[in-house]
Write a new protein. Structure first.
Lengths: 111, 111
């Protein structure tokens, strides 16, 4: 199993795929079995399993066994750090936008 | 060049690597040449260039040529969608989000 240098690596990498984001959206509605999660996708169960492993490695889903069934649940907590990382940059471009707006206002005033 | 199915794929994938996040951190301080960006990393210029391409493809950096030099600048705007995607999962970790908001308020107060 690939080990990530930093937890953020796992979360961002996991979110960088539309199938994996769709799986998270599905689990948002509630727990589901692997078969239920795989049903809407036009891909093999094996391919879906690989995506599930990436999500598990990132800590975004939890798997429990109930008898023979594997049940999956969303754990959005690791997104917290990812959100904070991005928000920190949002401040960067917001302040840039503010400066740009001020500049535009200044220019309009002068013209 | 790999084409992403959705813009979010490119942004999240780009952020899923510590070197690429470090490059963005460097560019946050201001524009820089490729050589300047590559300097702190213990890797070949070729390896750094590959990371730069991933960041460009995601729209997170812009490259301009000044004579022979390639200058790089951060463009954090594509992170906006990524931030919104993550924040949408807030109901799963609302209390954490409250803490994040408090953190942001604190930061604004201090700045």
């Amino acid at each position: 199993m690939v080990e990530y240098a930093q937890p953020l690596d796992g979360v961002f990498t996991a979110l960088g795929d539309p199938t994996r984001r769709a799986i998270l959206s599905r689990l948002r509605k509630g727990e589901a079995t692997v078969t239920e999660v795989a049903a809407p996708f036009d891909m093999s169960l094996n391919a879906v399993s690989k995506h599930l492993k990436v999500l598990e490695r990132a800590g975004l889903i939890r798997r429990t066994r109930v008898g023979r069934e594997h049940r999956l649940a969303l754990d959005a907590a690791p997104m917290d750090r990812a959100a904070r990382w991005i928000i920190d940059y949002q401040e960067f471009w917001e302040s840039k936008l503010d400066r740009m707006e001020a500049l535009l206002r200044q220019r309009r005033k002068n013209s």
